[in-house]
Design a protein around this ligand. Structure first.
Ligand SMILES: [Cu+2]
Length: 302
């Protein structure tokens, strides 16, 4: 996971600044209180039953005023800088503006839809140095979309989309995760934001909507099985499983749980519950030949 202390957008710079101010103030208060506790437990420690009681003090207007005014001033200051940051950071929730990207949380992966119809699963590409209006949705339970280096957190609530600004100030790969507990595989609901220069982003975006070449040989047989074995019923946009249109180009499977190697891909066909325990993919009984054909097909999906 990226760290909120390495901000890569105007938004996260502001969040990091507010956080640092809070941290410094809280740190100073901690030191003052700790010093007071240590001082009084040494200075006023028990000196045996014969020692006289220390001087007893009752009431002090000066102290009362001091410890009311100082915390009030600190809390007011923090309130002001926090509200100001929120106003600068938050995207309009009901602007009617078409979002640049629609990101959806599912148990347990994320996908992103682009205005031209392109779809990304796991690796979500964005143009660098451009502020995007992103709609966050969920198809099942509450998830929470978070890329610590790029934007604030935003809950993905079923039936109630929310909007955030998303921006990366420089090209790079920024990791993200679901940050609201959402079931067994919440920890493996990761994704990466890949920020690219405008030209390579646009090239990527176009590639996503080009039709793939017709599969040949074993892959053609795999394509047929993908339909007849009902894989297709789940693995498409808006269905119960992640879209697999470009699965061979992905670096990870199962929203980050394993690298996309031939062995790990094969495991999803032999024993999906071993690949990601608790995930929503049922076992499909397959012969060794059928499995090989399906694998050839999946590996051809560039
Ligand atoms: Cu989650």
């Amino acid at each position: 996971m990226g760290s909120p202390f390495s901000p890569h957008s105007a938004q996260t710079h502001l969040i990091a600044a507010v956080f640092s101010v809070v941290l410094v103030i809280a740190g100073v208060i901690f030191l003052v209180v700790a010093a007071g506790v240590i001082y009084s437990s040494v200075r006023y420690r028990s000196r045996g039953v014969t020692a006289a009681e220390p001087r007893q003090v009752f009431g002090s207007r000066k102290l009362e005023i001091l410890w009311t005014v100082v915390p009030l001033a600190i809390v007011t200051g923090l309130f002001v800088i926090t509200v100001r940051a929120m106003v600068l950071i938050d995207a309009p929730q009901e602007s009617g503006q078409t979002p640049d990207l629609v990101i959806t949380g599912h148990q347990w992966w994320w996908d992103a839809r682009y205005p031209n119809g392109a779809l990304a699963t796991g690796d979500i590409h964005i143009p660098a140095a451009r502020r995007l209006l992103v709609r966050i949705e969920s198809t099942d339970v509450i998830h929470d979309f978070w890329v610590p280096e790029l934007a604030r957190k935003m809950d993905a609530v079923p039936g109630r989309p929310s909007y955030i600004w998303l921006e990366a100030d420089a090209p790079g790969t920024y990791s993200g995760a679901c940050s609201e507990f959402c079931g067994a595989q919440h920890a493996w609901m990761r994704f990466r934001m890949i920020a690219e220069p405008e030209a390579s982003f646009n090239a990527w975006l176009l590639r996503q909507i080009q039709p793939l070449a017709e599969p040949t040989g074993a892959a053609a047989e795999g394509a047929r099985l993908f339909r007849t074995k009902k894989c297709e019923d789940c693995h498409a946009l808006g269905k119960k499983g992640p879209d697999l249109t470009h699965v061979a180009t992905r670096e990870f499977l199962g929203a980050g749980i394993s690298r996309n190697t031939p062995e790990n891909l094969a495991l999803w066909l032999t024993n999906p519950q071993a690949a990601k325990p608790g995930n929503r993919m049922p076992d499909t009984p397959l012969t060794a030949n059928e499995r090989a054909a399906l694998l050839a097909y999946l590996e051809s999906l560039q």
